[in-house]
Write a protein that binds this ligand. Structure first.
Ligand SMILES: Nc1ncnc2c1ncn2[C@@H]1O[C@H](COP(=O)(O)OP(=O)(O)OP(=O)(O)O)[C@@H](O)[C@H]1O
Ligand SMILES: [Mg+2]
Length: 225
């Protein structure tokens, strides 16, 4: 088993006083096999992103455990664990410094993880995602949402992650660009056996992409039959 979320819970303090707890996610049990795409399907505010952020190591669970390849994961993730589990957000702008030309952000993973780098390696990487060298010299605000999301994906996949949390990665895109993104994710999955936790409130997309689906309803997570 690639990953296992066990009795994962996240509470927030209620704003209306009295010290009451609000359960954003309650006792979630989720499994993820190698090469599998598992859906988290539910309405706005049901707890999908909260669960995804915990799985990605960006949000500390209130209680419960996360296992990666049967190893208990400590928060925050470090070293290879941190590299192996990545997240892609709905709004690609949050992944990029708006003041910097894209090339600065795109070189980060190579620097951070000491990966072989040359301008040519970078250009060949982005070209696989339908972008060109010229795009790299623009600032994030000068690219379309779809282009920026493809750049975000290109940058993530440099790390060769084994688990990707995809938090509504295509909901800002038109259907053509959405299909292209899904195709790119499929290619990477077939090539590497990566596992995806696919967050969406789009039923048809969910049925198209996911092998198994968990329903998320007011913080409760149940596997669909
Ligand atoms: N930092 C926080 N403090 C208090 N409440 C929070 C916080 N973050 C999220 N919540 C609440 O937790 C609940 C779950 O939020 P979450 O972002 O996980 O929903 P979601 O299913 O991803 O929704 P959407 O589809 O709109 O993205 C919501 O009621 C939200 O208001
Ligand atoms: Mg969300």
């Amino acid at each position: 088993m690639r990953m296992r979320l066990e009795q994962l819970t996240k509470t927030y303090k209620s704003r209306n006083g009295g010290g009451a707890q609000f359960y954003a996610v309650q006792n979630a049990n989720v499994t993820l096999e190698a090469g599998e795409t598992v859906g988290l399907f539910g309405d706005s505010g049901s707890g999908k992103s909260t669960l995804g952020m915990m799985a990605a190591g960006l949000l500390k669970p209130t209680s419960g455990s996360i296992f990666y390849e049967d190893q208990l994961c400590a928060f925050p993730y470090r070293g290879t664990l941190r590299r192996n589990i990545q997240i892609l957000f709905q709004h690609p702008e949050v992944s990029f410094n708006p003041a910097l030309p894209l090339i600065k952000s795109m070189t980060e993973p190579y620097t951070l993880y000491n990966l072989p780098y040359s301008k040519q390696i970078l250009v060949e990487n982005v070209e696989r995602f339908g972008l060109h060298e010229e795009h790299l010299h623009r600032c994030p605000g000068e690219l379309s949402g779809g282009e920026l999301q493809r750049a975000a994906l290109a940058r993530l996949l440099v790390l060769r992650p084994a688990v990707l949390v995809l938090d509504e990665p295509t909901s800002m895109l038109d259907v053509i660009t959405q299909a292209q993104m899904i195709g790119m994710l499929r290619d990477y999955q077939q090539e590497t056996g990566a596992s995806y936790l696919f967050i969406t409130h789009n039923r048809s997309l969910c049925d198209w992409v996911c092998d198994r689906v968990y329903d998320v309803e007011q913080g409760n997570i149940t596997l669909e039959e």
